[in-house]
Each structure stands twice: as structure tokens, then as C-alpha cells.
Ligand binder design. Structure first.
Ligand SMILES: Nc1ncnc2c1ncn2[C@@H]1O[C@H](COP(=O)(O)OP(=O)(O)OP(=O)(O)O)[C@@H](O)[C@H]1O
Length: 308
């Protein structure tokens, strides 16, 4: 069964696998998902889950071993004019000044360079345009790299932990600027981060990676609506019929995050999970099958074998 073509998708992965060493483990193993055009997608997963690898594959700077990755209906490739990548290590020429770096951005994107936006991002930094990149702090280099990514006028922004080394004020300012840009232009964003509360405010789509596969993928509202946090008298046996992602004793009863199937019991307290609860519960339960909206072909769903 092949993954159905989706003309509305900014990014489609179909069975993507990647390993770095011939005898090493698969970092990505049959990863399948689609990111609709126009969404702001949170890319989440534990350290080593393969988030940076996935973004590098989508940017065409690494190649898949198996499977395919398409951006806007065509194979991805490095230098795709509609795709910009903010890499985790912020690769910049350290001997260039800030001004030279911006001029390089303009030269590499002739006819497609938003000088006003790139300059606006840089101007709010506490450095001078004659400063060399190598003399800037990590957070300042992030600002420059973000200016280059935004200046490219891309339709798909692949941002690897864009706020990781920014101070609180810079985070607020740059996240605000990014969100305003997205609202104005309809640009699709795939953004990795470990700070889920930050993503919850900015993102409307979720891609949760774990052990190289897609655990959750879809609109955050849909994914939240498919789950519930329930508190009930009695034991977890009363949850039969629902997919239990995580359950633990709570007083004389049970508290659980479940995938709802049918009506809850009359004596259950039910509330929607937060994004953080949803993500953490799935990471703590690798045996629970993945869930995707729209549904992924069953052959591609994540199912991890667990000991009986
Ligand atoms: N160039 C490389 N050569 C060899 N192994 C690599 C390379 N890049 C990544 N890896 C390995 O691939 C795995 C996934 O790394 P990756 O950086 O994609 O994960 P991540 O989810 O972005 O992690 P983090 O949240 O820590 O940034 C890790 O085990 C890492 O050691």
C-alpha cells in the first residue's frame, strides 16, 4: 500500500529510513507523515529521536537510505528555492561580518530575498553590522541564521530548535516576528523544540518522533480531542475497550490518559489533556500504537513489540 498523494501537503515522508553508519542503528526507520501546507508544526521527541536528521533530510543536506521525502509534490533537494533550513549548528562563515553575511544571503537568493525582513531581524540584536560572526555569542549567531532563513521568502521553514539559545526577551520578540510573518504569508513551518509549552502557543500541528518512527501526527486539536484524561473510582480494568496510553493509581481510584472509544463511565471525571501531557504519556508508553490524522496506511503505523 503506498502513501496517498496529497497535493495540499508541504512535506510528505513515506517510509523514510536513515542510518549514519553501515552497521549502526536506523536513526529513522520507516518514518511516514504528512505536513499540510500552511500549518505551524511542532517537531517533538526525546534526545536522539532523529528530529535534526529528519529536518536535514527534508532540507536535502542528507540523503534518505529508503523511502521518499517530498516538498510541495517534488523530491527534496539542497537549495530548493521554496525551502529554508535553520540548522541546529547554525552554519555561518565565522570570518564574515554581519553585513557581509546579509549580502551573501541576498546574492544566494536573487529575486527572492526579503532584505527588509532580514534586516529587521538583525537590527534588534545588540551587535554591530561590522562585527564578525565568529565574535558573536551563540544566541546572536542564531539571530543571524534566522534572518537568513526568513529572508529567503521560503514557503517551508525547517527550524531546528530556533529559540534554544536565545534569552527570554529575544525569544518573545523573534517568536512574535515569526508568527506575524506566518500569519501574513501562510508559510508552513516545521519547528523542533524541547520546550513544549512554547510550542503549544505557536503550533497547530504536531509531529512526535520516537525511536525513529512517527508516534503522533496531525492537528493538535484533533489529537487532543482523540484523547482524554480520566479519573475514576476503581482499578484500570474499568478502562477496558479504550486504548490506555498511561494509567496510574490515584487515591482509591485510577487516573489515566486514554484514547477514547465510546462513552466514558458515568462516574468518571473527564478532561482534555494538555499538549505536554499527550506527548509525555506517549513517550512513556512505547508499546502504544501511533496515531495520525488523516490516518496513515495501517502498514505504516508505529507498533512496537513489547514483552508480554
Ligand atoms: N552526522 C552523524 N553521524 C553519525 N551519527 C549521527 C550523525 N548525526 C546524528 N547522528 C546520530 O543520530 C541520532 C539522532 O540524532 P539527531 O540529532 O537527529 O536527534 P535529535 O532528535 O535532533 O536529538 P536532540 O534532541 O538531542 O537534538 C543520534 O543517535 C545521533 O548520535
Amino acid at each position: 500500500m503506498s502513501y496517498p498523494p496529497r497535493p495540499d501537503a508541504a512535506l510528505v515522508a513515506d517510509g523514510v529510513s536513515k542510518r549514519y553508519r553501515r552497521r549502526g542503528p536506523d536513526v529513522l526507520d520507516g518514518c511516514t507523515f504528512h505536513v499540510p501546507a500552511g500549518v505551524v508544526c511542532a517537531l517533538v521527541g526525546p534526545n536522539g529521536a532523529g528530529k535534526s536528521t529528519l529536518l536535514e533530510l527534508a532540507a536535502g543536506v542528507q540523503r534518505t537510505d529508503r523511502g521518499s521525502l517530498e516538498a510541495f509534490g517534488g523530491q527534496v533537494w539542497a537549495g530548493h528555492p521554496r525551502v529554508a533550513h535553520l540548522a541546529q549548528h547554525r552554519p555561518l562563515f565565522h570570518r564574515f561580518t554581519v553585513a557581509e553575511t546579509l549580502r551573501l544571503g541576498a546574492r544566494l537568493n536573487v529575486g527572492n530575498w526579503d532584505a527588509e525582513l532580514a534586516t529587521r531581524v538583525v537590527d534588534r540584536g545588540r551587535f554591530h553590522k561590522d562585527d564578525r560572526i565568529g565574535d558573536l555569542s551563540g544566541g546572536e549567531r542564531t539571530r543571524i541564521a534566522l534572518a537568513l532563513a526568513l529572508g529567503k521568502r521560503a514557503d517551508l521553514l525547517l527550524l531546528d530548535e530556533p529559540m534554544a539559545d536565545l534569552d527570554v526577551l529575544a525569544r518573545q520578540e523573534l517568536m512574535g516576528l515569526l508568527m506575524a510573518h506566518v500569519a501574513d504569508t501562510g508559510t508552513t513551518v516545521v519547528m523542533s523544540s524541547h520546550i513544549i509549552s512554547e510550542l503549544a502557543d505557536a503550533c497547530d500541528h504536531l509531529l512526535l518522533l520516537d525511536e525513529g518512527t512517527t508516534r503522533l501526527c496531525g492537528g493538535i486539536d484533533e489529537l487532543v480531542a482523540a484523547h482524554a484524561v480520566v479519573t475514576l473510582p476503581g482499578g484500570a480494568d474499568r478502562l477496558a475497550g479504550h486504548t490506555v496510553v498511561e494509567a496510574r493509581p490515584a487515591g482509591r481510584g485510577t487516573s489515566a490518559l486514554i484514547r477514547t472509544a465510546g462513552a466514558p463511565g458515568d462516574d468518571w471525571e473527564v478532561r482534555p489533556p494538555s499538549l505536554e501531557e499527550l506527548v509525555l504519556a506517549h513517550l512513556a508508553a512505547p508499546g502504544v500504537p501511533g496515531l495520525a490524522f488523516p490516518p496513515t496506511p495501517p502498514s505504516r503505523l508505529h507498533v512496537k513489540e513489547t514483552a508480554a
